[in-house]
Unconditional design. Structure first.
Length: 431
């Protein structure tokens, strides 16, 4: 079944030659060699999860498949699975979005939610409501007679990462793109269950840019997370504040933001703070340090050891000093609750690990997608001819208290599904 759809994909690219640029084979091979050279020269521990022999064999096989002129998207389809074998969420190339937009492929008119615990697929939201729409909440059994499990398994061949559930979480961002990449069609027949009954319905596709326009319109009226970080009082009476932290970006603004919210907490005498790191995929780890200065009551560090690759040589830093507590009249002395899920990754996962290690408060939700010994801090890659962006890990972090024989993400004190984490925290406070 997978081979059949791969052939169909080739047909789609040939059919769409007037819309997308075909890149000469020699240029594609030059991009492939550039990519491999960048990775081999910069990755901190390239063969941590795959033997050198196996990687070399797969590298030669992948290069042999670049045997004709093709689009950047077709090049991505051949190349990215090689990088997935490294099992490193920080090392990959990205779908060439510009070409994808120019191609304007036909896609399904709704979003699909991928359950990160059991890989089941659910209709999340209809972006364009058609006469033959499938209702939100319907559980997908198969797509074009391919079981949902097989669809997910094939998509995961393009998702880099250390943990299975983190890779599943990434499909929530890319499901539409990968469905077209692997199973292009003018319509899709879905088998699904809704309200206990089994249904079969054929859904006609729409141009991708039509879906984007409708999605943007809906966002304007929806209560979606639009700020990188925001704060609100959930309850004055119950003394609950919520810090919603979506990315570790914008440090200068974040520092002003922290002064503001912790000033509010002190003025209003709020005794319970919930920090929400669900779906936070990381960024600048210095923001985590800044936040720790407001919630920790002991000197701290985030890592016991860091490996850094520079100019072909690996440096080991294994005497990481503690961050001393600065004088801070706004340091919080109440109860702190941290919400995490399978998409809490990179710097956010590192923060959550230290939070639990130093017993700052209770952790609620799902195991983090980032693990206690992991790759990170990347060097950017731009391939010369395809203009595809990528990245490669140049550091390896050993989180504080981590053990090499017990590698995993931050484990919650209260294990609940991501969508129930906030309610669980509020219930704990109320009790």
């Amino acid at each position: 079944m997978y081979i059949k759809f791969s052939i169909l994909l080739s047909f789609v690219f040939i059919f769409g030659q007037a819309q997308v640029k075909l890149i000469p084979k020699d240029s594609l091979l030059a991009d492939f060699d550039q990519l491999i050279t960048k990775i081999e020269h910069n990755h901190i521990d390239l063969y941590a999860n795959i033997s050198k022999q196996k990687f070399e064999q797969q590298k030669l096989k992948t290069r042999s498949e670049i045997n004709r002129d093709m689009s950047a998207l077709a090049f991505y389809k051949i190349t990215q699975p090689l990088l997935v074998l490294l099992k490193d969420g920080h090392t990959s190339i990205w779908i060439p979005v510009d070409e994808y937009h120019k191609l304007n492929p036909r896609v399904i008119p709704f979003l699909v939610k991928v359950n990160t615990n059991d890989s089941t697929l659910t209709i999340k939201k209809n972006i364009v409501k058609l006469q033959d729409s499938i209702p939100a909440g319907a559980k997908i059994l198969s797509i074009n007679h391919v079981s949902y499990k097989e669809v997910v398994a094939n998509m995961l061949g393009y998702v880099s990462g250390e943990r299975y559930f983190f890779r599943l979480s990434f499909l929530n961002l890319t499901f539409l793109h990968f469905l077209y990449l692997l199973y292009p069609a003018d319509s899709y027949t879905f088998e699904y269950i809704y309200k206990g009954q089994k249904h079969t319905k054929t859904i006609h596709t729409i141009p991708y840019m039509d879906l984007v326009k409708n999605y943007k319109k809906q966002q304007k009226h929806a209560s979606l997370k639009t700020q990188i970080f925001q704060f609100k009082i959930l309850s004055d009476k119950k003394q609950i504040g919520l810090l919603d932290f979506n990315r570790f970006n914008g440090r200068e603004k974040f520092d002003h933001f922290l002064d503001s919210i912790f000033g509010i907490l002190k003025t209003k005498k709020i005794k319970n703070l919930i920090i929400d790191l669900r779906d936070n995929r990381g960024g600048n780890n210095l923001l985590g340090n800044d936040l720790f200065q407001y919630i920790s009551h002991v000197p701290y560090k985030f890592d016991d050891k860091i490996l850094v690759r520079e100019k072909g040589k690996i440096k080991v830093f294994n005497h990481i000093e503690l961050f001393e507590l600065e004088k801070n009249p706004l340091r919080f002395d109440g109860n702190v609750y941290l919400l995490i899920n399978h998409q809490t990754f990179s710097s956010a996962a590192e923060f959550s690990w230290a939070f639990k290690h130093y017993k700052i408060g209770k952790v609620i939700g799902e195991e983090s997608g980032g693990i206690n010994i992991c790759f990170g801090d990347t060097k950017r890659i731009l391939l010369q001819h395809t203009k595809i962006f990528g990245q490669v890990s140049c550091k390896k972090f050993y989180s504080v208290g981590a053990k090499e024989d017990d590698i995993h993400g931050t484990l919650p004190d209260y294990k609940v599904s991501s969508d129930k984490a906030l309610k669980t925290a509020v219930n704990l406070i109320e009790k």
